[in-house]
Every structure is written in structure tokens, then in C-alpha cells.
Design a protein around this ligand. Sequence first.
Ligand code: FES
Length: 157
Amino acid sequence: MIPGLSEKAKNKIKEIIARYPQKQAAILPVLRLVKEELGFIDHEAEKFTAALFDVHPIRVREIVTFYSMLNQSQLGKYHIQVCSNLSCSIMGAQTLIEYLSQKLGIKPGGTTKDKKFTLSTVECLGACEKAPCMMINFEYYGNLTREKIDDILNRLE
Ligand code: FES
């Protein structure tokens, strides 16, 4: 089993796997649980997950690197993901990314020293009608402006 998991999480993994007629279909939900439990999915967790599902480690690596929510290192308490794809770019995403970067004192990919914020740029968040948009953890924020970002961050603090 994956090192560092609680007994509750280990039991939950068994429950998740039992839900699927094909065991390998449970890889993604199990990875999500591992991420929630450990905070990230490192190479060790990937290897153990591959062994658990009897698949080659590259299969798990492909999944982990495809989904931006399956981060591979420890993130800040609030993970700010700003969309930098076409609709959001046209609506000023780059300016907002620079604003956030300056406001937080970190570049995209960085985490503040107090571990409160991680800033990332991501591809389409599937909310193009609200461009420019971002997610903070699992919450969407759209039609962003500098003022709106200030307000959102102030409410988090
Ligand atoms: S392009 Fe930004 S949400 Fe789709």
C-alpha cells in the first residue's frame, strides 16, 4: 500500500476499487484520494499506485501529469490556477497573471514563503464564457479584474 496513508484512506481505497468491474478504472479516483490525503503525488506514490493496480508506472505517470489537480509537490493552502488559454488570454489573462505574480511575490509555479498561496497557469478550465477565469482549490472565479482578485484574496485571508 502507498506509504503515509491513514488506515481510513487505505480502507477507502479498497471501497473505491470494489465499485468498478475493472480494477484499473479506479486509478483516477484512487489518485485523487491519495492527493487529498498526502497533499501531492510523488514518484513513490506513483510506483505504489502502479503496483496496486498491476500496471506499468508510466501509466500512472501519464495520468498524474495530465490532470493539473494531481500536483506532484506540496502546494500552498490556496492553489490559484489561472487559465492562460485562448478565450482567457484574449480577455486579459496575462495581465492578471502578472498582477497576481506581483501581488503575491511569486512567479507561476511558485509558492509563497508562508505556504499560503501557490500560483499556476493552466490550460482551459472549461469556463470560457466567464473569461478570464481562475480556480482557487475547487472554486471557480470568472470575469476577473484586478479589483475582483483583490476582493477574492482579501476574503481568503
Ligand atoms: S480559455 Fe479560459 S476557461 Fe476556457
